[in-house]
Design a protein around this ligand. Structure first.
Ligand SMILES: Nc1nc2c(c(=O)[nH]1)N[C@H]1C(S)=C(S)[C@@H](COP(=O)(O)O)O[C@H]1N2
Ligand SMILES: [Mo]
Length: 424
């Protein structure tokens, strides 16, 4: 047994090496040379991971990332909030691939800390303008037919620090109040049909079981359309930070309305005007007046690499990697500029392109070593075009916090360093 894998490995290694060499051709330069040297066979000085056996399967019942990926973590900005209980940590977008955010890296935003809810004691109460008020246990929920849905969650305050100018130097901080997951749970429609909505009902109040008892008024139409009471995220039960054992999922709507540790749905005919939708999470206009309710997260996008955390290492071929999303549906197109918005090229979208989900785009780019201003802009299926920061300021002023979906600009310096800037 022991000597069998060796010839096979060897064949595999040279196979890969030859394939790569053929693919990269002469342009690969130094890389091509290194590959060629390895193609001769397995080196004499075996690295530790080949020379000895690794730890067994019993060593790690719940898997964790490689120690070489220890820098891929959620981070917060300490001065942003007075305490960590009412704060946010940001998703490391610069290090992620594809469209799903791993559960351990999904940003957390809460107002009274993480509630540690016992699922055996937890109940979801549905009452108000319904025929049959119900109190559902977790078991009751599992007995109802489930739905799976991939959707992004974005805090309305994402990018909120950039209204007055570029402030934070990192894609993690500029757009990292964002995650995308496959959510599993029971559609709110199923639950409301179970309880029987009375005629004249128009709104539903959703309330959390945390110390903040965060509550939001949600249009009944939205609840009957695509809302989910989710108990699972990316295949496993929700993490405590994401609202274990249940949270509300409202595809396309601002994160604040995705009530975590959900304990109550009240059906009514008017909104409740809770503090979370009056003093907070409203958009202030230049006049000082605020817009009543801005639920949808409009089209947005960001280049995740190169980025301040992902500088360039010498001129040559690179891939501009980015994410685009819209709370109004699918992403139709993403344009990329390397000269601060003067010229644009269309970036190919990577499948799957799902409505109200993160969408990937990759655009090969050769860096000539000069300075560049990298931008991307998303256009969604409604025809909406992601605005510049100046265009947004014209309608919203500079005193806003929420719903900054403006085009992000990365300045690439001749050293390859990347910096968050704003261009007029
Ligand atoms: N009960 C409750 N739900 C809540 C919150 C909270 O503080 N309490 N924070 C909201 C905010 S402001 C956001 S942006 C999202 C964040 O979801 P996440 O922590 O799973 O990323 O949860 C929302 N749901
Ligand atoms: Mo939020």
């Amino acid at each position: 047994m022991t000597d069998k894998p060796r010839p096979h490995n060897q064949a595999l290694q040279s196979g890969i090496a030859l394939g790569r060499r053929a693919l990269l051709g002469g342009a690969a330069g130094a890389l091509g040379g290194a590959v060629a040297a390895r193609a001769g066979g397995i080196p004499k000085d075996l690295p530790d991971w080949t020379a000895g056996m690794g730890p067994g399967v019993a060593d790690e019942p719940y898997g964790t990332p490689s120690k070489f990926e220890a820098h891929v973590v959620r981070r917060n900005v300490e001065w942003l909030t007075a305490s960590t209980e009412s704060s946010v940590n940001f998703t490391p977008l610069q290090d992620l691939n594809g469209i799903l955010t791993p559960n351990g890296l999904f940003f957390e935003r809460h107002h009274s800390g993480r509630a540690d809810v016992d699922p055996a004691q937890h109940r979801l109460v549905i009452h108000g303008m319904v025929e049959r008020p119900v109190s559902l246990s977790m078991e009751d929920l599992y007995r109802l037919p489930p739905v799976d849905r991939i959707a992004f969650t974005e805090c309305a305050a994402n990018g909120g620090m950039e209204w007055r100018g570029a402030q934070l130097n990192g894609v993690q901080f500029v757009r990292g109040m964002l995650g995308c997951a496959q959510w599993t749970g029971v559609s709110v429609r199923t639950l409301l049909e179970h309880a029987g909505v009375r005629p004249g009902a128009k709104w539903v109040l959703a309330e959390g079981a945390d110390n903040a008892a965060l509550d939001r008024s949600i249009p009944l139409d939205k609840m009957l359309d695509d809302a989910i009471v989710a108990y699972a995220q990316n295949g496993e039960r929700l993490r405590p930070g994401q609202g274990y054992p249940i949270r509300l999922v409202l595809p396309g709507y601002e994160g604040n309305m995705w009530v975590k540790w959900l304990r109550r749905l009240e059906v009514g005919d008017e909104p409740w005007y809770t503090r979370w939708e009056t003093s907070k999470y409203t958009d202030l206009l230049p006049t000082g007046k605020a817009i009543r309710f801005s639920f949808v997260q409009e089209a947005n996008s960001v280049i995740t690499s190169p980025a301040p955390e992902k500088p360039l290492n010498g001129p040559g071929p690179y891939v501009i990697r980015g994410l685009a999303w819209s709370g109004n549906g699918r992403i139709a197109r993403v344009d990329v500029s390397t000269d601060g918005g003067r010229n644009w090229v269309q970036a190919p979208l990577q499948e799957p392109v799902l409505p109200k989900a993160l969408t990937r785009f990759y655009l090969p780019w050769r860096w000539d070593g000069g300075s560049a201003l990298l931008q991307c802009r998303a256009i969604d299926e409604t025809g909406y075009v992601q605005p510049t920061i100046e265009a947004l300021r014209t309608v919203r002023g500079r005193n806003s916090i929420y719903h900054n979906n403006s085009i992000v600009t990365w300045l690439v310096n001749t050293t390859g360093e990347v910096e968050n800037v704003q261009v007029a």
